[in-house]
Design a protein around this ligand. Structure first.
Ligand code: AFP
Length: 323
């Protein structure tokens, strides 16, 4: 018999809003997270019915925007704009920060990737929405200052994972399009047996190459979908594994964006007892200098992240010191 809460609801009928209230999350942050959940229902509809073609525009990175990128961005921005609890917002699809309200008190600033992995939709692979939430008006803060992080995974099932710093909790969308609790306080093992290696192998630096060889010697299995949200979700729900998109010979900053992808996922993974590093220091301690900056990332089980840092230190940092 599932445990019941004060309202006599079994724990696993708990919807998102009630769960947030039961964790004493303040009203404005509860409203904000529920608005993100609401927006996801329209994004799902756009994925299943929308135009898979290009939008005829490109984002700041010079990447061609898909019609779905622009649509998902518009859906989320509109929802946040009318939420009455957002001060500033920033989308991976936009060139600059969008001011919503000059009043910062009791409000939040939000950075989001509206449809991460959108290029996978036309081959029917899972994609997601990633949201990072700070208190007040300032978005250019280290990820450790986040008050919440959320992602929605549009896969065979639609699920939402959030943390407000009190554990990581997963919700599933039911037939009525409500998010109900699937599991609470998700945690990672210290070490795992799956790895998600991003970037071209022939562009790996010596430390990363040696790290991958070590993982493979250990018999660790390769699981990589090309979507950051499903790949991180797999590590969280299996309770183990490591994802990395490292510094490459031709891309020293790697590919993934600090504000929109890495900070929120690092917040969730650390809350689950894992770690997230740029190869030298925690992702959450990085001070973003500009909104669209990228960073290398090693994220997942603590021991697997520490091993990556050790190989990089031994075969790259120390080597560069001794020449
Ligand atoms: P898109 O959003 O352009 O599809 O990129 C997805 C992503 O940012 C992230 O979701 C993946 O982990 C990573 O890129 C995959 O990159 P590769 O295609 O180079 O493997």
């Amino acid at each position: 018999m599932s445990p019941t809460n004060k309202a006599g609801k079994t724990k696993f009928q708990l919807d998102l809003r009630r769960h947030l209230r039961e964790h004493y999350v303040n009203e404005n942050l509860t409203h904000l997270i529920c608005e993100i959940a609401e927006a996801s229902k329209y994004i799902i509809h756009s994925i299943s019915t929308g135009d898979l073609g290009v939008a005829g525009t490109s984002n700041l990175y010079g990447e061609q925007q898909l019609a779905l990128d622009v649509l998902a961005d518009r859906i989320l921005r509109k929802r946040l704009d009318h939420s009455r609890v957002v001060a500033n917002m920033m989308s991976e699809e936009m060139d600059e920060i969008i001011p919503v309200s000059p009043d910062c008190d009791g409000k939040y600033s939000v950075a989001f990737d509206p449809l991460d992995g959108s290029s996978l939709v036309d081959v029917n692979l899972a994609v997601g929405t990633i949201v990072s939430i700070f208190e007040g008006c300032d978005l250019l803060q280290p990820g450790r200052k986040q008050v919440a992080a959320v992602y929605v995974l549009y896969g065979p099932r639609t699920t939402l994972v959030y943390s407000v710093g009190k554990g990581v909790h997963e919700f599933g969308m039911n037939m009525l399009r409500e998010y109900t609790l699937l599991q609470e306080n998700i945690t990672l093992e210290p070490q795992g047996n799956l790895y998600s290696p991003g970037g071209q192998r022939n562009l790996y630096t010596p430390g990363v190459e040696a790290y991958v060889n070590k993982l493979e010697e250990r018999g660790v299995k390769l699981r990589y979908s090309g979507g950051f949200v499903p790949d991180i979700n797999q590590i969280l729900l299996k309770g183990q594994g490591i994802f990395f998109y490292p510094h490459l010979k031709n891309q020293p900053q790697g590919k993934l964006r600090l504000l929109f992808e890495l900070s929120p996922m690092a917040f969730l993974i650390e809350q689950a007892g894992g770690a997230a590093s740029d190869g030298h220091r925690p992702i959450l301690d990085l001070q973003p200098e500009q909104i669209h900056e990228r960073s290398p990332v090693f994220i997942g089980c603590k021991k697997d992240v520490a091993l990556a840092e050790e190989f990089i230190r031994k075969l790259e940092d120390d080597k560069s010191k001794t020449g």
